[in-house]
Design a binder for this molecule. Structure first.
Ligand code: ADP
Length: 449
């Protein structure tokens, strides 16, 4: 088993990693920026090392500082969490060169899947359905126009190196496509350092359904069913659930088998997620793979009774994945709300400030993953996630009614939060009926205002 792990992250996921390590008897070192001196992970970890100023480029993205912190404190592993360096192949490579176990897949795998164009081709070769679109990166605007003629409008331009829903552009006709092409390229260049684009058919009424996988170093892999993340605002998830209200056991088995074929074709290691879009007829198409733990992992943990973080650590330690596919049963329903420090009444404007009072919800069927405490002042340099409230129950209604109760119970004063909108969403009739697509939250917000 790993002996001591450096946590190259912050916020709630750093706390989640500390907890998993402590349960396995692994010592922890929290890497923190100057702005995170008072963070909960720093208090909970066995040791803590300052890795630089608040700006991510100088701290959580600062590879030399992180590697030195790990070596100086005698760590043998690094957990990258999500975001920051978690999907950076160079970081994984440098960890390996420094004899530090990167808790995730190999640098080569991260490189393959970090590129949407290569990801599409790889999955297609493994027989996983993909959205009609470009074979590789688009070489020219003419190529984009030709392709769009073949597959039909609307089409979507996506940065090949993209993430976080940024830089995507829909084009409804040829003139829009021609105009969007250069802007999208420049945007991608600015945001991701690479202007390469891919083109996909834009599917207007789809759900976002993703499959969680786990794979060990001995060729054994399983899937843990799906999460439905169709409740999105500007391509950012705000509520996730498992199982999906529209996925039948038969479709789950098919998607799971596709996901496993896909990851086995690249010798995948550790936890990962394959994201799909699903149309109203139940057809699904791979869009991308995330080679890290995801924000919404708790819903899968709760419905399958597994601990994904502990499995990440055990697999990275060289243990065998002892779970078999038959052990995975979807035992209940779980929902997660991402509670952000944003004002939903003012277009989700960031609304930070010192947390005056904090009372997380409790009682049966409630889990809270958070780094909050009263008196904490979340630094403005990072994302606005304050807490994840996760509820579960025997049925979807049960889990959602618990969520209503938990959101009412939760007290966070000193900042505005997304809770008022999430309360509205969970009692919306279309959402309750399980009848929404990824564009629905935008519609609901129009009416709510
Ligand atoms: P990112 O890596 O930036 O998050 P993704 O490829 O994962 O980008 O897509 C993010 C979201 O954008 C999806 O959840 C979905 O809502 C929407 N999206 C992506 N591709 C398409 C498509 N071809 N048609 C319709 N919506 C799409």
């Amino acid at each position: 088993m790993l002996n001591k792990v450096l946590i190259a992250n912050r916020g709630e996921i750093a706390v989640r990693i500390v907890r998993a390590c402590q349960e396995l008897g692994i010592r922890t070192v929290a890497a923190f920026s100057e702005a995170d001196r008072d963070s909960l992970a720093v208090r909970l970890a066995d040791e803590a090392v300052c890795i630089g100023p608040a700006a991510p480029a100088k701290s959580y993205l600062n590879t030399p500082a992180l590697i030195s912190a790990a070596l100086i404190t005698g760590c043998d592993g690094i957990h990258p969490g999500y975001g920051f360096l978690s999907e950076n192949p160079y970081f994984a490579e440098i960890c390996a060169e420094c004899k530090l176990t990167f808790i995730g897949p190999s640098a080569e795998t991260i490189r393959l899947m970090g590129d949407k164009s290569i990801g599409r081709q790889t999955m297609r070769a493994a027989g996983v359905p993909i959205i009609p679109g470009s074979e590789g990166e688009l070489q020219s605007v003419e190529e984009a126009v030709d392709l769009a003629r073949q597959i039909g409008y609307p089409v979507l331009l996506k940065p090949s190196a993209g993430g976080g829903g940024r830089g995507m552009r829909v084009a409804n006709d040829e003139s829009e496509l021609i105009r969007a092409f250069s802007t999208a390229r420049a945007e991608a260049e600015g945001a991701f350092g690479r202007g390469d684009l891919i083109l996909e058919k834009y599917l207007p009424k789809v759900r976002h359904v993703e499959i969680q996988v786990l794979a060990d170093a001995y060729g054994h892999a399983i899937h843990l069913g799906e999460r439905d993340c169709s409740a999105q605002r500007r391509h950012q998830k705000i509520l996730e659930e498992a199982p999906s209200p529209v996925v039948t056991p038969e479709v789950r088995a098919r998607m799971g088998a596709d996901a496993l074929r896909g990851i086995q074709s690249i010798g995948y290691l550790n936890a990962g997620t394959l994201e799909f879009l699903m149309d109203p007829d139940g057809n699904y198409y791979f869009i991308e793979m995330n080679t890290r733990i995801q924000v919404e992992h708790p819903v899968t943990e709760l419905v399958t009774d597994t601990d994904l973080l502990r499995w990440q650590l055990r697999i990275a330690s060289g243990e065998r994945l002892t779970l078999q596919q038959n052990d995975i049963r979807i035992a209940r329903h779980a929902v997660e709300c991402r509670i952000n420090a944003e004002d939903p009444e003012r277009d989700f404007l960031p609304a930070g400030g010192e947390i005056e009072f904090y009372l997380p919800p409790g009682g049966p069927g409630v889990r809270v993953d958070s780094h909050l405490y009263a008196g904490y002042n979340p630094p403005g340099s990072y994302d606005s996630l304050l807490a994840k409230i996760i509820t579960f129950g025997d049925t979807r209604d049960d889990a959602l009614n618990r969520m209503r109760r938990a959101l009412h119970e939760c007290i966070i004063t000193g900042v505005k939060t997304t809770i008022p909108f999430q309360l509205h969403l969970i009692d919306d009739p279309a959402f309750r009926a399980g009848n929404i697509s990824t564009g629905y939250v935008a519609e609901l917000l129009q009416r709510w205002k």
